[in-house]
Ligand binder design. Structure first.
Ligand SMILES: Nc1ncnc2c1ncn2[C@@H]1O[C@H](COP(=O)(O)OP(=O)(O)OP(=O)(O)O)[C@@H](O)[C@H]1O
Length: 226
């Protein structure tokens, strides 16, 4: 589902005389359906950079980044947007809040955008919001004013609303209490059970051990000169 071969990346610092910093070379990685793979490696090793290249936020210098048959390294922006809507989910700790959109709609949106019936989308949104302990009194309000933890849980509900075949998770359990953390890990297990290919960054070792099948240490892809 997700397969990388010979991926490399350098950053060019235009405000520092065009200095070129190689951060990754020869990255290889494969994540199959129903599998969860953790990216590991010290801070600065390139975990986030790799995830951003797979999501199409950063352009790879070389190599192939195949996600469900699409090479993200070469795809047109429109193809990447379609891939993000239908195939590749991304869940970070942070919600990008759109003012005035009620929480229930924020969570249901990925389902509505993929043609699901409104009743079905709302029912799924409500089920996720209650599993993640967002009080019902908040469902019709915009999450703009919610606490950091509430926004994080709304974002997770949104990320798991649609059944993406592939998912990128960036520290999905960071700063959650034990009960909500357990719910998120259960959501990951459910996604694996329905065949999702999942790649994630988990600093939480216990979480990683519970849901991940394998680890890939990205520091082996750090160029010697970097
Ligand atoms: N936009 C950017 N411009 C320049 N350098 C960058 C940029 N993004 C990342 N880097 C550099 O690339 C390297 C890898 O960073 P990255 O954020 O991918 O590491 P990480 O493994 O995710 O670290 P952490 O665990 O601390 O989040 C670092 O040396 C970082 O300084």
């Amino acid at each position: 589902m997700i397969a990388l071969s010979d991926v490399s990346k350098s950053f060019v610092l235009h405000n520092q005389g065009g200095a070129r910093i190689p951060v990754m070379a020869g990255a290889e990685l494969a994540v199959g359906a129903g599998e969860c793979v953790a990216l590991t490696g010290a801070s600065g090793a390139g975990k986030s950079t790799l995830m951003r290249m797979i999501y199409g936020n950063y352009l790879a210098a070389t190599g192939r980044i195949m996600v469900a048959g699409v090479d993200v390294a070469k795809a047109e922006p429109r193809e990447i947007l379609t891939l993000r809507r239908q195939t590749l989910g991304y869940v970070s700790q942070f919600l990008r809040v759109v003012p005035r959109v009620p929480t229930r709609e924020v969570v249901a949106e990925p389902l509505l955008m993929t043609g699901h019936a409104r009743d079905e989308a709302m029912a799924r949104a409500e089920s996720l919001l209650s599993r993640l302990n967002i009080p019902e009194a908040l469902w019709d309000l915009s999450p703009t004013t919610f606490s950091g933890g509430e926004q994080q849980r709304v974002n997770i509900a949104r990320g798991f609303a649609y059944t993406y075949p592939a998912m990128l998770l960036d520290e999905p359990t960071a700063s959650l209490d034990a009960q909500n953390r357990d719910t998120v890990l259960t959501l990951i297990e459910e996604a694996k059970a329905r065949g999702a290919a999942i790649l994630g960054i988990f600093h939480d070792v216990e979480a990683r051990e519970r849901v991940c099948d394998r680890e890939v240490d990205v520091s082996v892809f750090t160029p010697a000169a970097a």
